[in-house]
Design a protein around this ligand. Structure first.
Ligand SMILES: Nc1c(C(=O)O)ncn1[C@@H]1O[C@H](COP(=O)(O)O)[C@@H](O)[C@H]1O
Length: 164
């Protein structure tokens, strides 16, 4: 079966962050492809990737980028697929630049913006699974189980003085 989720990022240096999206998709047994695509450095590849995304079987695109993070918005401008943008934490501005670049889209081209950094990437993975679960009962059940286990873990470790 072809992967329905694409995880793309502006640079290899974003992988440490974007791996969090891959990790949760692994946990939920969702297939994905991973690729570096940059609006700035590989603009032609961005156009072809986005234009072919539907034909390639993708249903959701997770796009992570840092600094002048144009990647998610530009991909969204060239495909109707939902694009989840992950602001990678930049050194100079701690990711505020990435966050605002991704969140402040002009009306008419939508990008779903997640939180800065690892948690945002993880939640982008989770969100993409939740979108796919609308048409996949087995995946929906795995997400329910994931949540129950998460709740049980928190309830079993409710003394803040003890190590998790
Ligand atoms: N924001 C973008 C885009 C883009 O938006 O297309 N392409 C690369 N970059 C970002 O540049 C940062 C530094 O990249 P390098 O570490 O390769 O210098 C990365 O966080 C990347 O996402």
């Amino acid at each position: 079966m072809k992967a329905k989720v694409a995880i793309i990022m502006g640079s290899k240096s974003d992988w440490a962050t974007m791996k969090n999206a891959a990790d949760v998709l692994d946990k939920l047994e969702v297939e994905y492809n991973v690729e570096v695509v940059s609006a700035h450095r590989t603009p032609d590849k961005l156009i072809s990737f986005s234009a072919q995304a539907v034909d390639n079987g993708y249903q959701v695109i997770i796009a992570g980028a840092g600094g002048a993070a144009h990647l998610p918005g530009m991909v969204a401008s060239k495909t109707r697929l939902p694009v989840l943008g992950v602001p990678v934490q930049s050194k100079a501005l701690n990711g505020m630049d990435s966050l605002l670049s991704i969140a402040q889209m002009p009306k008419g081209v939508a990008v779903g913006t997640l939180a800065i950094g690892d948690a945002g990437a993880y939640n982008a993975g989770l969100y993409s699974a939740q979108i796919l679960a609308n048409n996949d009962a087995a995946l929906a059940q795995r997400i329910e189980t994931f949540r129950e286990q998460q709740t049980e873990t928190v309830l079993a470790n409710s003394d803040p003085r003890e190590e998790a």
